[in-house]
Ligand binder design. Structure first.
Ligand SMILES: NC(=O)c1ccc[n+]([C@@H]2O[C@H](COP(=O)([O-])OP(=O)(O)OC[C@H]3O[C@@H](n4cnc5c(N)ncnc54)[C@H](OP(=O)(O)O)[C@@H]3O)[C@@H](O)[C@H]2O)c1
Length: 289
């Protein structure tokens, strides 16, 4: 029987590392999909030593570049990799406006658009029983999606706004994808780590020293934040659960009022169109998504 891999994006980051360690400690073959190999190699080595699992592979993946995502997916396909679980963990909350290689505002481009493209490109390597787990955030509750979603502007960029939009969009996409993949028996869920003591919550302002002293000690560790994603990705109890949000060992369905909202429908359609438009302009054969 073929080996079945667990792929974790941003596996060198705080929560990503904790997810990777927990899955590798179960003896599973893991692929760390990371944008910076120099920074990630020592992490790979540490994880091999800590877990005793030598089947931890490190591959380059930059979610801010369609070419990198295509290259990653093609490489796995050429190597006939079979995917047990894709954990979409990588994410950013950029302080300043920037654009991805393909011209999207970077927070939305990496967290949402790159993640969607990666997921769709890896679907052919999945089978009934495969799982997709995507990291969402509490900020989805304040996220607002409107017709300006794909048109980020340097003049109006606010990091929380972009981040919360990207996480709401990921949650909505998860729900739609769960419905789409139900007939194939692929289980699609989101995981919410809560508020976790990582670099991501650094505000780069005067509040940081106060937060470090009075806030950080009371929030979750990366290991605690990883529990929901690991449970959704590996546990027998989560088998067959789809379209839900995991928080530690509990899971609740993504609300139907969100899934069936006109905005959710618009977003799903528009995402497909935007990705297809960019793919058509790339100087490589356009993959089917
Ligand atoms: N911390 C929290 O309180 C919290 C709460 C809710 C949800 N989350 C979510 O949890 C996930 C992990 O966050 P974290 O707190 O562990 O932050 P982190 O330590 O900053 O980790 C983020 C990871 O994403 C990777 N990444 C960033 N841009 C990328 C790109 N273009 N291509 C590929 N990988 C990229 C980073 O790689 P580099 O090392 O190369 O930058 C890093 O491995 C994120 O999706 C975040 O939104 C965090």
């Amino acid at each position: 029987m073929n080996k079945e891999y667990y792929i974790i994006t941003g596996a060198n980051g705080s929560i990503g590392q904790a997810i990777t360690e927990a899955i590798a400690a179960q003896g599973q073959p893991v692929i760390m999909a990371c944008r910076n190999l120099v920074k990630s190699q020592p992490v790979q080595q540490q994880l091999i030593e800590k877990t005793g699992n030598t089947d931890i592979t490190l591959l380059p993946l930059d979610l801010a570049s369609f070419a990198s995502i295509i290259h990653f997916a093609e490489r796995l396909s050429q190597d006939s990799v079979v995917i047990q679980t894709l954990v979409n963990n990588a994410g950013v909350m950029n302080q300043y406006y920037s654009q991805t290689t393909d011209g999207f505002e970077s927070t939305i481009g990496v967290n949402y658009i790159g993640t969607v493209l990666l997921t769709r490109m890896l679907l052919p390597l999945m089978h009934p029983g495969s799982r997709i787990v995507t990291t969402t955030s509490l900020t989805r509750y304040i996220g607002k999606i409107d017709e300006t979603f794909f048109a980020g502007s340097p003049h109006h960029y606010k990091r929380f706004e972009a981040y919360s939009k990207s996480k709401l969009a990921l949650t909505l996409y998860t729900a739609r994808l769960a419905q789409e993949l139900l007939p194939r028996g692929i289980w699609v869920n989101a995981a919410d780590p809560g508020v976790v003591d990582t670099d991501m919550i650094t505000m780069h302002s005067w509040v940081d020293p106060l937060a470090n002293r009075f806030f950080r000690p009371f929030i979750s560790t990366p290991q605690e934040g990883a529990v929901g994603a690991v449970f959704a990705a590996t546990s027998p109890e989560a088998y067959g659960v789809t379209g839900e949000i995991f928080k530690k060992h509990k899971h609740t369905p993504i609300p139907t009022r969100l899934i069936h909202s006109p905005r959710a429908f618009w977003l799903y359609e528009e995402t497909g169109k935007k990705i297809t438009e960019v793919l058509a302009k790339l100087p490589v054969a356009s993959p089917k998504i």
